[in-house]
Ligand binder design. Sequence first.
Ligand SMILES: [Zn+2]
Ligand SMILES: [Zn+2]
Length: 256
Amino acid sequence: MRIAEKWFEMRRVDDAITHLWEPHVDPLVRCNIWHVRGRDRDLVIDTGLGIQSLREVARSLFGHAVVAVATHWHFDHTGGLHEFEERIGHRSEARWLAEPPEGSATLRASEFPKELQQAMQDAGYPLAGDLLTALPHADYDLGSYALRGARPTRAVDEGDRIDLGDRSFEVLHLAGHSPGSIGLWEASTGTLFSGDAVYDGPLLDMLPDADIAQYLGTMRRLRELPVEVVHAGHEPSFGRARLIDLCDAYLKSRGA
Ligand SMILES: [Zn+2]
Ligand SMILES: [Zn+2]
């Protein structure tokens, strides 16, 4: 496998928001990392696989106090969580964030449980062998990948607020993809950070911790949210019309 020149890419979305991602990672586990600059503190929403230090790479961005938010506990979103002193996650997933379950993180698709591999194939993710297309450095051992647990310093739930001084996000509990999936909603700008509750790609509701009944409720709720823009856990951002399409497509696919 070739060696990556750099591990993270980043792109300014607007004056306050920067999008970071890991280009050499299979789309299945390549999460979007969002940095939001605030007056008193910044937010980093999801932290990637933790293969390379996010904190180090984004030093120029992370100027002052940074609060890291895990939209949910899955390893592709929480690998770098331990690098941050202030960590937020939903209370129902605090234990998994602190101590990731055995076998829940791997860079080899063949190591996922068989049912999980099938579920991913069915959802539309062709699984090749390794989930990296380049290595971070020559002696990197892909098989040694492990997630470092990081207990949230603040466990949140529906309606809690995360205040940055000049802007404030409301926690939406968007269960279904996982029990403690959360979104961050800023009503004044119509901005939603949705994690894996909704993104513009094949949605996964067959994972061992997923719940289709809850997912249907989340989709009905998201459909009514007056969003301007959704910055999701994977794939490109989108607006209200696309959100409604995605919600409707999901509801239809599950006969609701
Ligand atoms: Zn996920
Ligand atoms: Zn994900």
